[in-house]
Design a protein around this ligand. Structure first.
Ligand SMILES: C[S@@+](CC[C@H](N)C(=O)[O-])C[C@H]1O[C@@H](n2cnc3c(N)ncnc32)[C@H](O)[C@@H]1O
Length: 205
């Protein structure tokens, strides 16, 4: 048990360190070329007005797109303080953004119509607990949307596992479905985008 907690803390701080250092350069064109491929598919899922939480929002580019589309009730969290500060400067009063760990979200149950995580799930140290948290803060009939890395050529996953700081696990399509089923999400849909991204969507019933 103690070893598990130390592992979790190690992972959390590795992520914090890595993304704190990357925040200033995160909006460069090449990085964003990659990131857009994950958050654009999530945007397609937002079909109505409502409250939206972007978990691990990074520098806030998904929230910025939503605010340009006149969405009002926008919120973001990220564990990297530097990412949070870039996002806050960008969004100003158009969204509330704060530092938090996905495993302990600072929101009441049933708070949001849409809860999203893009290109971040493979960094979470306890993925089932993280998903439970996303579901807890989603309103009844609200949508949980996760877009994460999933290469058609699985060998690339080992490279990420070895070389990406803060990396925990890239899930297969079936593993994502099982994670969603385990937390009681229904109407589960999955769609591959390009050869490296997978979107999984579920509804809280
Ligand atoms: C690759 S970035 C993706 C950022 C953003 N979603 C995007 O698409 O541009 C991954 C983000 O996950 C955040 N992150 C990692 N572990 C986290 C945790 N336990 N809780 C909250 N955010 C976390 C990192 O700080 C980082 O900003």
């Amino acid at each position: 048990m103690e070893v598990t907690i130390i592992m979790h803390e190690h992972n959390l701080h590795e992520n914090e360190h890595f993304f704190d250092h990357g925040a200033a350069k995160y909006d460069k064109r090449l990085t964003q070329f990659w990131m857009k491929k994950f958050y654009k598919p999530a945007l397609h899922e937002i079909k109505t007005e409502g409250s939206i939480l972007d978990v691990s929002c990074g520098t806030g580019n998904l929230l910025l797109e939503l605010s340009k589309r006149s969405h009002k009730d926008l919120h973001g969290i990220d564990y990297s303080q530097q990412m949070v500060e870039v996002a806050q400067a960008k969004l100003k009063e158009n969204a509330t953004i704060q530092k938090a760990d996905v495993h302990h979200l600072p929101f009441k149950e049933n708070s949001f119509d849409y809860v999203i995580s893009t290109e971040a799930f493979h960094h979470y140290y306890d993925q089932q607990k993280a998903l439970q948290e996303l579901v807890r803060v989603t309103k009844k009939m609200g949508k949980v949307i996760i877009c994460d890395i999933n290469f058609s050529f699985k060998n690339i996953h080992q490279l990420f596992h070895r070389f990406e700081p803060g990396h925990v696990k890239i899930n297969s399509k079936n593993e994502f479905r099982v994670l969603f089923e385990n937390v009681g999400l229904t109407q589960i849909r999955q769609k591959r985008h390009y050869f490296f991204a997978l979107k999984t969507v579920g509804v809280k019933s």
